[in-house]
Design a protein around this ligand. Structure first.
Ligand code: URP
Ligand code: ZN
Ligand code: ZN
Length: 467
């Protein structure tokens, strides 16, 4: 057999095994896994490296409308470039309809923005921010059937949050079609109550973003979201879980027999609310929702990863420029925390942070690392086994990982559109050196290859169903 590409000498890791073997690729797919494969047009010698399934980051925000005069720092080109450098080969961004758009028009607009601009593959989740009969009766079912098989609802953010009744109505559509509902669980009324109180007291700095979204705000909403899903009879995914009490709600629900999936993110493992209290306006760099908590909750989230309570570890990449009136400083550096756009960049640092803090420190093994960063995302969102594993017939989406490469994370070495990283100065060991999408090298030893915009949009199967 003549291969297009052979990867030779790596330790090949999947969610199930770690094996010293070679990989032969034909027409963008894995054709053979074994030794002595013979000839290929291109051979990559990867001795001393791991070959891992390309990262699948199922929670990113790209070019998403973020309010009047606010602009996200990444378009599809820069976000997927940054993701590729971070060892990812697929990202799942959210498609949010603007006021003048229905869901169908929003999806069309996202396709127009993404087409021809992606260095890796993408697949859109939908955001359901209104529940009129046309959205729930026509657009949502049609889009689900067409392969957009998951959507997010918000219990917070003015203008985006849905009421409990609306969430139930959306869940009923998910039940009919077998789709996955993702929930942002924070209680908006409680937040607004606390926000108004803080403002009256003149507590307006970035830290009060965290102080007005305390753990009970998330714990209560997590419990309510799960209860609504039980009432509607659907599985759900609680995204960006930040603390132990919300996780306890999830554990309890599972004991009851609820089908609840859970995701956490690097910010809840490595940052704390103290980061929002940095001097000047620096804290704005860490404003995201839910906010980072404290060390006790970091430990709880690590435990959740170690014990398998979290199936997903995503970035929630949502980048803004710090030094810009279109970014974190919409009204200047003195503005109230209420007006700071929520979100932080992180698609490029997701894998190195988990590898270094998780695998190297003995909290999780390499197979769980692969499951948390790739395989489980592909399985849950209907992309497996095309994506998320190294197996015969799967897309040849492979990252070559140097487990010994030491880096100090800094804005200078990253490739996103933001002007900062929340992990500036953070030291990690283990870094992706080469990223391969469907058999084509996108990033080669830290260099983006010419003509690398081969990423396509992937229509997905229903959650858990193989593609
Ligand atoms: O602060 C965050 N997480 N921004 C992104 C939007 C979201 O809620 O996921
Ligand atoms: Zn969210
Ligand atoms: Zn998000």
């Amino acid at each position: 057999m003549k291969y297009d590409l052979i990867i030779k000498g790596a330790e090949v890791a999947t969610a199930a095994d770690v094996t010293r073997t070679d990989i032969g690729v034909i027409d963008g797919r894995i054709a053979t896994i074994g030794l002595d494969l013979g000839n290929a047009d291109q051979t990559i010698v990867a001795t001393g490296l791991y070959a891992l399934p390309g990262g699948v980051d199922s929670h990113v925000h790209i070019s998403q409308p973020a309010g009047p005069n606010v602009k996200m720092a990444d378009d599809f080109e820069s976000a997927t470039r940054s993701a590729a450098f971070g060892g990812n080969t697929t990202v799942l961004p959210f498609c949010l309809p603007e006021d003048h758009q229905n869901l169908r028009e929003a999806v069309d607009a996202y396709h127009a923005k993404a087409t021809g601009n992606c260095h890796i593959d993408v697949s859109f989740h939908l955001i359901v921010n209104r529940t009129d009969p046309q959205t729930l009766g026509q657009h949502l079912p049609a889009l689900l059937e067409a392969g957009h098989t998951s959507f997010k609802v918000f219990m917070t953010y003015p203008g985006m949050r849905l009421t409990d009744r609306e969430i139930l109505d959306v869940m009923a559509v998910a039940k009919k079609h077998g789709a996955m509902v993702m929930v942002h669980a924070e209680n908006e009324d409680a937040i607004e109550f606390l926000r108004e109180g803080a403002e009256l007291d003149g507590k307006t700095g970035p830290y009060y973003h965290a102080a007005t979204r305390p753990v009970p705000v998330e714990r209560e909403a997590t419990h309510r979201a799960i209860s609504l899903a039980e009432i509607a009879g659907v599985p759900l995914t609680i995204v960006h879980v930040s603390n132990g009490e919300a996780l306890d709600e999830i554990r309890r629900a599972r004991v009851r027999g609820s089908r609840v999936h859970a995701e956490t993110c690097p910010q809840y493992l490595t940052l704390t609310a103290d980061d929002l209290d940095r001097s000047g306006f620096e804290g704005a760099k860490y404003v995201c929702s839910p906010p980072p908590r404290d060390e006790e909750n970091q430990v709880a989230c690590w435990k959740g990863l170690e014990q398998g309570d979290f199936e997903l570890y995503s970035s929630d990449h949502c980048p803004f420029i710090f030094a810009s009136p279109e970014g974190k400083q919409t009204d200047g550096a003195e503005q109230c925390f209420r007006h700071i756009p929520n979100g932080i960049p992180g698609v490029e640092t997701r894998l190195p942070l988990l590898f270094s803090e998780g695998v190297n420190k003995g909290r999780i093994d390499l197979r769980r690392f692969v499951a948390l960063t790739s395989t489980n995302h592909a399985k849950l969102y209907g992309l497996y086994p095309k994506k998320g594993t190294i197996a015969i017939g799967s897309d040849a989406d492979i990252v070559l990982w140097d487990p010994k490469l030491n880096k100090t994370i800094s804005q200078d070495i990253l490739h996103h559109g933001s002007d900062y990283t929340p992990w500036e100065g953070f030291n990690v060991t283990g870094w992706p050196v080469t990223t391969i999408l469907r058999g084509k090298v996108v990033v080669d030893n830290g260099i983006l290859q010419d003509d690398s915009r081969h990423g396509v949009h992937l229509n997905r199967n229903l959650p858990g169903k193989p593609v």
